[in-house]
Ligand binder design. Sequence first.
Ligand SMILES: *Cc1c(COP(=O)(O)O)cnc(C)c1O
Length: 353
Amino acid sequence: MSIEELARKNVRDLTPYQSARRLGGKGDVWLNANEYPTPVAYALTQQTLNRYPECQPKMVIDRYAQYAGLKPEQVLVSRGADEGIELLIRAFCEPGQDAILFCPPTYGMYSVSAETFGVECRTVQALEDWQLNLPAIAEQLAGVKVVYVCSPNNPTGQIINPQDMRTLLEMTRGKALVVADEAYIEFCSQATLTGWLADYPHLVVLRTLSKAFALAGLRCGFTLASEEVIALLLKVIAPYPLSTPVADIAAQALSPQGIVAMRERVAQILDERAYLVSNLRDIACVEQVFDSETNYILVRFTASSTVFKSLWDQGIILRDQNKQPSLSGCLRITIGTRAESQRVIDALRAENV
Ligand SMILES: *Cc1c(COP(=O)(O)O)cnc(C)c1O
């Protein structure tokens, strides 16, 4: 047998997640991964690298619990929110038997994680306004153990109606977990569902330091849930999921000053978003700029492939969303610095349509 044949069938068939990094490009304006545009400096304070780290570093857990308004027992820290997505499947879905459900167009890692573990992906297309199609979800729930809802949604940028989330939580009670992926919640913090955890033991909230906290390179994320759910996830997580330097920097980012600095970054990104949106709306090749509650905007272009390629060739790297259902002609643009917005605006003004 070839090595390829030795591998599990679902792994042979798997298309890996097409991350912005993997897609490459040679640019100087990187607006394709929803990162914060400039680095924040940190110094290491822990010099105990001869020792294994704590599995769940106490300072990080306590500070995140405080920030989220929850008990430490309701918080799990992991190698990015992506690991949280995967742990939920590993703890709750029986391969070849159970399913997860999500609503495209949305984040790509739900399907990649499920497929890796041999867990069925069921999809229910979002409505025209990208809200949940609740009757269709209700029909598809048999065998579903985890429903992923990204809010605000990546890549469309809008918050999922809270009333619809409530209906979804009622229809899944006792049957499945509902996971609210809040990777971008700091850009619209009033929309968080963490306050509902007390009422719904099957609600799970995912968070990350990769976006508003400007720490995508750190790989640190959080799962917030009932103590029962967290206890189950702790059974399947690796013994040392975070390295000592990661825990060190995460604790600093979550200090009172760290939170203040994060809120200042959010305010600055929201200003910059308003500037970019108002300029894009006057450009000929721009068909529609969709409202966003996040640090990126979804834009529909006439001839989006040409626009994408032309900006790519000028070193401006955006994220092509053309292939997602209902997103033909759409590119996603991360909010960067003023200089980066200006490069995008100038390049788009020069496009001939
Ligand atoms: C960026 C992102 C994540 C992943 O966060 P990491 O903590 O960097 O793994 C999860 N969900 C959504 C919707 C994201 O956009």
